[in-house]
Design a protein around this ligand. Sequence first.
Ligand SMILES: [Zn+2]
Length: 238
Amino acid sequence: MRRTTFAIGLVSLALAVSASALAQTSADTKDKKAPAVQTAESQAAMTPASALEKLKKGNARFVEKNMRSRDWQAKVPATASGQYPFAAILACMDSRTPIEIIFDQGIGDVFGIRIAGNIVNEDELGSMEYATKVVGSKLLVVLGHTSCGAVKGSIDDAKLGNLTGLLARIRPAVSASGPGSSKDDAYVTKVAQANVSQAMKEIREKSPTIKAQLDAGTVGLVGAMYDLSTGKVTFLPD
Ligand SMILES: [Zn+2]
């Protein structure tokens, strides 16, 4: 009997959430500045190319001070029953690269995988496999940035506890960039960009699950650099 009551309670809750989501969708249709949350349908309708375009437009809105106004609290119940993010972004932990803000996205829109120096390890790969294979995201982005402290630390071959091993993962990008100084902004950017390319290479080589989706064209992989001084994201050529 208690179980039946519990089940009815769950159904009521589900209906309430659905009604709330519908109300939100309806409100969003009237107000173009408050788009609906991502749904299974909207996610399925997207391609790697359209996902990339969505991020490019979002960053353009951010740079042009034309960001969408969002009813954040309304998005909470509207996304509580499931998530259908269209992209997963591997970015640095840097406090100046908050991905939802710089791409002008809302709750439930993108996966954020953030770690110092946007390096790739098994845990990041597992997260990206989950995002694409299990949840259906269409695009993987590796986002580096200018003046990255982790990149500077790797150039200087800094040693500190567990950070030592993390910075060592950026060393191949330092080696590939030739000699230079962490005080040279252009050189730091060059290494950060090489580090993005290195991460993309590792994703392809170390995750058969992701590689299969890339080869099939169901998922895309792009590299990008964020400029801390302008707020602009530049997507790198293949
Ligand atoms: Zn950084």
